[in-house]
Design a binder for this molecule. Structure first.
Ligand SMILES: [Zn+2]
Length: 237
């Protein structure tokens, strides 16, 4: 997996900044798998998407995922750094459908999530998602999916632990322990957004000082760009 270059990173930011978070996740998946058909990536199981996005994130920003959390019990602000190896140890997604109470479901995809994104309650979205993922048998009666939401959601989560990964966290102030969900695509997007804004500032400063074109400034290695910025800002390197 190649790290995102400054030019590709800015291009991704430009494409994704006005989009819905699900579309951004698919965009990041396409950056991670540049040879795949972008339209087909929306039909990949969420776990496969998240794994590819994490690999892109590791190549670009390193193995540690720094984060701030508020303890839900005492409100203490906690700084933590998750190692991507913790996530890489998760089981790979199951091949083929998942069976629950005689019904077969395929693993949810980005396209399925987009289809339920407008649902007003979590329960409605969960039921709607199951309806999308149900592999219907031609002559089977309409199943009472609403009674299966919990069992089917659990089975799908077990079959694809990468779809919605979580990790255990403990508050150093009050000792409360809880599971923290990690939205890998949203996490990478926030980092990419911050890096893109910094790159724009750097291009602005260097272009103003030296008159260089944007492409030339973005093509500089990071240490070289930083060294010129220090000189522009009057700091000796
Ligand atoms: Zn606490």
């Amino acid at each position: 997996m190649q790290a995102l270059s400054a030019e590709r990173l800015l291009r991704a930011w430009e494409l994704g900044r006005g989009r819905h978070p699900i579309d951004r996740a698919v965009l990041l998946h396409a950056l991670a798998e540049p040879d795949a058909d972008p339209n087909a990536l929306a039909d990949q199981p969420l776990g496969r998407r998240n794994r590819a996005v994490l690999a892109l994130r590791t190549a670009t920003f390193g193995r540690q995922l720094p984060a701030w959390l508020d303890c839900p019990a005492c409100g203490e602000r906690l700084e933590l750094s998750l190692d991507s190896a913790t996530l890489e140890a998760l089981a790979t997604p199951a091949d083929g459908p998942v069976e629950v109470a005689g019904l077969r479901f395929r693993l949810p995809t980005s396209r399925d999530l987009a289809a339920v994104a407008g649902d007003t309650s979590a329960d409605a979205a969960a039921l709607h998602l199951l309806e999308h993922c149900l592999i219907a048998a031609p002559d089977a009666p309409t199943p009472a999916l609403s009674t299966l939401i919990e069992a089917a959601s659990d089975a799908l989560e077990q079959a694809d632990p990468w779809a919605d990964p979580s990790f255990a966290s403990t508050c150093g102030a009050c000792g409360h322990s809880w599971d923290v969900r990690l939205d890998i695509a949203a996490f990478l997007w926030d980092e990419l957004d911050a890096r893109a804004r910094r790159l724009l500032d750097e291009v602005h400063l260097l272009a103003s000082a030296y008159g260089w074109p944007e492409a030339d400034i973005l093509a500089l290695s990071e240490p070289r760009r930083a060294a010129y910025l220090q000189r522009v800002e009057g700091v000796s390197a």
